[in-house]
Design a protein around this ligand. Structure first.
Ligand code: 2AM
Ligand code: CA
Length: 269
């Protein structure tokens, strides 16, 4: 695909994300069915499914040779990242969607032969679109985001973090996580991985750390964070694999080495 091809795809993707968001806003107060998936805390609503179908129908019609890797199962059975693959979470932060009717996002990424080309994260209720195209920078609505800081210490950092370190088979020793929380300036939990990536890209948190995320939670965020000079790896500093679940560290380049070497690697079980 050429640069022009990606621009063409980007325009459609952006338009569909904004349209899907408007539909969600229109229906936010209508009663909807809430079901659970893998466990009682893993929620899915009719709106998650409807929104995913909205994208699948349009993409299949407009770009029949593109593939889809999606959360709610209306996409393709993806076993390789060859070709053009859309990675979509129709609602990231479903628990926020259900409980708060805010603080959730539509996350859409487009990868070509395994390389992230386009990332869109739409904070639906606040009508804020984070977008990035490879080598063209990242934006918050129409404002270009600055490159991330490279002079901040871990002690001066605000980290996006959640309690999933307790759930994910104790990947990291709890005492090491407690030590990390004491070391940094502060921690925040927003409840939408996509938005937390966007906040890292915006520079309003210095890093985001979580244990067990699916490709659709992170794919668009990775494109955004890369475009502002940030780093995205697993908690052992390895590359992310869009075909499986990953632990995640997304942060500016200055705190990455210490975060990985002095804390997360030391805490490996
Ligand atoms: P979802 O809303 O699309 O399910 C919440 O901290 C973030 O983690 C959300 O992006 C959420 O995605 C994702 N998430 C949901 N359940 C999770 C779990 N059991 N472990 C790790 N992350 C989870
Ligand atoms: Ca979701």
């Amino acid at each position: 695909m050429t640069h022009e091809d990606f621009e063409h795809v980007y325009e459609y993707a952006k338009q569909w994300v904004l349209e899907a968001g408007a539909l969600i806003r229109d229906k936010i107060d209508t009663p909807m069915t809430i079901n659970t998936k893998s466990n009682p805390k893993d929620l899915v609503t009719t709106m998650d499914k409807e929104t995913e179908r909205f994208f699948v129908q349009r993409i299949k019609e407009q770009f029949p040779d593109h593939l889809l890797l999606t959360e709610e199962g209306y996409g393709d059975d993806i076993v390789s990242m060859d070709g053009t693959v859309w990675i979509i979470d129709p609602i990231d932060g479903t628990m926020n969607f259900v409980h708060q009717k805010s603080n959730f996002a539509i996350s859409v990424a487009i990868y070509h032969n395994g390389i992230g080309q386009i990332g869109l994260i739409y904070n639906v209720m606040d009508d804020i679109l984070y977008s990035a195209r490879k080598n063209s920078g990242a934006f918050k609505n129409d404002t270009k985001l600055a490159k991330l800081k490279n002079d901040v210490t871990l002690e001066q950092s605000l980290l996006g973090l959640n309690h999933y370190w307790l759930c994910a088979n104790h990947l990291v020793d709890e005492r090491v996580m407690q030590d990390l929380v004491r070391t940094v300036r502060g921690v925040r939990t927003y409840g939408s991985a996509a938005l937390e990536f966007a906040y890292v890209a915006e520079g309003i948190i210095d890093g985001y750390l979580t244990m067990n995320l699916s490709p659709w939670d992170i794919a668009a965020g990775v494109v955004l964070v890369n475009e502002v000079g940030g780093i995205t790896t697993t908690i052992t500093g390895d590359s992310l694999d869009m075909l499986k679940k990953n632990s995640i560290v997304a942060c500016n380049s200055c705190i990455h080495p210490k975060l990985i070497d002095d804390f997360l690697k030391k805490g490996q079980k």
